[in-house]
Design a protein around this ligand. Structure first.
Ligand code: HEM
Ligand code: MG
Length: 334
């Protein structure tokens, strides 16, 4: 049986809180699975997620609410999107990194059940602290890439912090760099949305909630990204943070440097795809996930597999319907 997604944190328990606490000691990852998301890697290292790096989607929702104070709807949107692309609907388990037998027997191909490291699903090009898959391992922290991240903070952020201005310039540079150098660049829905969201996440969720000024120090950034460790005495956001905070920030990044979704056909040959959903078209991106991306891996599911996909698609829609007036779509009928 698939558990329903967790409810929001109860009032009174959804506020400012020490989260690098005695109940959640940092332990090095050892030979456990880690992947392309600095936040989930850190939450696993502190035991907010199973330390082996294999989790149910509802555990991911709980972990990001408890550890970083994501709003319930936003947590569900991220977790169920990822789960539909990278998890095993039959066992309800997902790897936060590479593909593993720990998620159980796979449904029939073309299902991938690749874990979060699976390129071209949720993981995609132009990341800030990882290289593009064309050049090698896109899941592992890359110190050269991260040096650029810090350099942009030094150059564009208030007091050398990683803030929205640093995020804006870095996001633009990462796209230009991949257009020039990655012959297989893909920058279309749904990757465009994750790329822009992830650029601003650190300015919100990685900043200590007592300060909460949207300016991430280079020390704290390095602790999360390079060490996958919460800073000593780290407090999460003082209230749950969802779409309503993140979207205006990504909107600013877009208006600073607009782009059209597209793909490279060879280096420096970016073919725009204006018929695909734009970054601002949230419902279009939801529809694209439900009607194109998920059926790409599950073209004709039957029985328990179809039931599980429908249930998880329903959870995904539940998360978007709260903030956005999208119309629900049903790739496999009602
Ligand atoms: C990147 C999944 C929550 C911060 C990623 C990537 C995945 C992922 C698959 C790789 C994308 C790529 O760069 O190619 C998830 C899922 C979440 C989640 C399933 C479920 C709730 C969070 C939260 C934060 C966060 C709460 C808060 C700071 C980041 C950042 C990156 C990233 C900063 C970009 C890394 C880079 O560009 O090098 N995430 N994430 N994520 N995630 Fe998460
Ligand atoms: Mg990537």
């Amino acid at each position: 049986p698939i558990p329903n997604p967790p409810a929001p944190l109860p009032a009174g328990q959804n506020g400012l809180k020490l989260v690098n606490d005695a109940a959640h000691p940092f332990m090095p990852q050892g030979n456990h699975i880690r992947g392309p998301c600095p936040a989930l890697n850190t939450l696993a290292n502190h035991g907010y997620l199973p330390r082996d790096g294999v989790a149910r989607p509802d555990q991911i929702v709980t972990a990001v609410m408890e550890g970083l104070n994501l709003g319930n709807d936003f947590a569900k949107f991220l977790a169920y999107q990822a789960f539909l692309l990278n998890g095993n609907p039959l066992t309800n388990l997902m790897s936060i990194g590479m593909k593993t037998p720990l998620t159980g027997p796979d449904p029939p191909k073309p299902a991938l059940v690749g874990g979060l490291s699976q390129h071209g699903t949720f993981e995609g090009d132009t990341s800030m602290s990882r290289i593009d898959a064309f050049f090698g391992d896109a899941a592992t922290f890359n110190p050269t890439r991260f040096k650029d991240f810090l350099a942009f903070a030094t150059k564009f952020g208030v007091n050398g912090s990683y803030d929205v201005n640093a995020a804006s310039e870095l996001r633009f540079e990462r796209l230009q760099d991949s257009i020039e150098n990655n012959p297989q660049l893909v920058f279309t829905s749904p990757r465009i949305l994750s790329a822009y969201s992830e650029a601003v996440f650190p300015t919100v969720y990685f900043v200590d909630g007592r300060l909460n000024n949207r300016q991430l120090s280079q020390e704290a950034a390095s602790d999360f990204f390079a060490n996958q460790h919460m800073p000593e005495d780290f407090h999460r956001q003082p209230a749950p943070v969802s779409f309503e905070v993140i979207e205006p920030l990504t909107g600013k990044l877009f208006s600073d440097h607009p782009f059209v979704p597209g793909v490279n056909h060879g280096k420096n040959n970016y073919i725009e795809m204006p018929q695909t959903p734009a970054l601002s078209d949230f419902c279009g991106i939801y529809r694209d996930i439900a009607l194109r991306v998920v059926p790409g891996q599950y073209p004709n599911p039957t029985g328990a597999l179809r039931d599980a996909l429908n249930k998880n698609l329903g959870f995904l829609f539940g998360a978007v319907s709260f903030q956005h007036n999208c119309t629900q779509v049903f790739p496999y009928g009602k």
